[in-house]
Design a protein around this ligand. Structure first.
Ligand code: GDP
Ligand code: GDP
Length: 435
């Protein structure tokens, strides 16, 4: 597990801008008003060969006046629980405000290392003003500009020296880790409880793993599984926006920790943009993925319901036909163990190895169906394919001019590959190399 760095601070100091600079993306939306919902608040960054995870707080702040302090307090508390190091972002132009003081007093109540970062130091004069922030009593104050990038190097040089070397995961090796994820209220706790309280399963809490997370161990039909972060499901909040924030942070973390992610969808509410983001995140980290439509007991049953419903959802999941979809009801316990059976399928798919001869026979057939497009006056040729690893599966195609292989042909290969070898619920990586 990567060390975690949390960015905290009052609205408008530039947390989101700073976050984007560090993760090197321009995805999150930066606006002048507060209360703008951002796209991402969890990302990976690295400096001097050290990787770390960054959490951006403040993405979901309530608009209404006095709730803002509560909202910030709670997000900071969530971030503190998750983080190894805290970056306390302030604004040199504004100087110290009451809200900064409020943030500082929350931070004083905890023991994790805090770096004070004075943002918007776009020029030398402004960086001199940063000394004001020594008043908070921390040893380190860094002045930088998230917009120009000046000063970020110095901060990062220091940051990586105080990151913990390795955040150990106390879980046993070799036991599949399942993450039950999804938006608030889709029924995650209900499903976990239904699985854990069933007489068919034997349960042990594995307490004291990383930070405040509690993983539960589940035995079913002679196999053992770990349900990751069952404690993280329980947090409730007065501030609705923080339920979203907390849920997003825990979801991102669980995805990184698991082998198979089960995304629950509320069958009545349907599939939303946030769900697609979660699936893409799981895909990006090459995790096994299953979609479970929960609350199926509430869906009016007619003939074809399942098929029609599944099609509606699949239309919103482009290029994810490999992800299995099942229907369940956590409350009526309908098919809840189908989830575990499907996890077994996905895990064995993830370990599957295809022999080089089988792969190459398939490739010949594929190319005879649709010849490789030429590369200028040269004929493009794939020499051979081989599976370089399993769990997760990676395939290497050796060919000439790989960089100019048209995207449509790549897609064609991927689609034919799936038809032939399935790899249900498993993202696969195809690499095209010069031979
Ligand atoms: P957040 O609410 O703390 O996440 O703040 P944002 O990232 O949304 O930034 C608030 C405003 O400050 C935006 O208008 C940003 O463009 C601006 N801003 C952020 N960083 C800098 C900086 O380094 N210099 C200047 N001049 N403006 C900045
Ligand atoms: P979480 O926020 O994802 O953990 O969701 P909860 O497990 O707390 O469930 C949210 C609400 O949906 C609760 O009122 C549950 O009783 C209800 N719920 C969960 N699963 C089902 C289900 O399969 N059918 C029905 N009818 N309600 C469900």
């Amino acid at each position: 597990m990567l060390p975690v760095v949390a960015i905290v601070g009052r609205p408008n100091v530039g947390k989101s801008t700073f976050f984007n600079r560090l993760i090197g993306e321009r995805q999150a939306i930066v606006h002048d008003q507060t209360g703008v919902t951002r796209d991402r608040h969890y990302g990976e960054s690295y400096w001097n060969n050290r990787d770390f995870t960054l959490i951006d707080t403040g993405g979901y702040l309530p608009e209404r006046g006095n709730v803002i302090v509560d909202g910030i307090r709670e997000q900071i508390e969530i971030a503190i629980l998750e983080a190894d190091v805290i970056i306390f972002l302030v604004d040199v132009v504004q100087g110290i405000t009451d809200l900064d003081q409020a943030v500082a007093s929350i931070l004083r109540k905890q023991n994790k290392p805090v770096l004070v970062v004075a943002n918007k130091a776009d020029n030398t004069e402004r960086s001199w003003q940063a000394s004001e922030f020594y008043k908070f009593g921390y040893d380190d104050v860094f002045a930088l500009s998230s917009i120009t990038g000046t000063g970020t190097g110095e901060l990062l040089d220091h940051l990586v020296t105080i990151l913990p070397l390795e955040v150990k995961d106390a879980d046993e090796e070799g036991i599949p880790k399942i993450a039950i994820i999804g938006r608030p209220n889709v029924g995650k706790s209900s499903l976990v409880n239904a699985l854990l309280n069933d007489e068919r399963s034997i349960v042990t809490d594995i307490a004291g793993t990383t930070r405040d997370s509690i993983n539960s161990r589940l035995s079913f039909q002679g196999n053992t599984y770990i349900l990751v972060d069952t404690a993280g499901l329980r947090r409730k909040s007065k501030v609705a926006e923080n339920i979203e924030f907390y849920s997003a942070v825990r979801t991102a973390k669980s995805i990184r920790e698991c082998n198979v992610a089960v995304l629950l969808i509320d069958a009545v509410q349907g599939f939303e943009a946030q769900d697609l983001r979660i699936l893409r995140d799981a895909e990006r980290f090459n995790k096994g993925v299953i979609v479970a439509l929960n609350k199926w007991d509430l869906v009016e049953k007619e003939t074809n319901t399942v098929k029609d419903y599944e099609k509606k959802i699949r239309d919103k999941m482009p290029n994810m036909a490999y992800i299995p979809i099942i229907t369940i009801s956590a409350v009526s316990r309908q098919r809840i163990f189908k989830v575990i059976e499907m996890v077994d399928v996905v895990i064995s798919e993830r370990h599957k190895k295809i022999s080089t001869s089988e792969l190459n026979k398939f490739m010949e057939r594929m190319i005879s169906e649709r010849p490789l497009p030429g590369a200028g006056d040269k004929q493009r040729k794939i020499k051979y394919v081989t599976q370089v690893k399993a769990n997760p599966p990676v395939f290497m195609f050796f060919m000439n001019n790989p960089e100019s292989l048209p995207a449509h042909y790549r897609r064609f290969i991927e689609n034919r590959f799936r038809e032939e070898f399935k790899f249900i619920g498993v993202p696969i990586t195809l690499i095209f190399r010069e031979k």
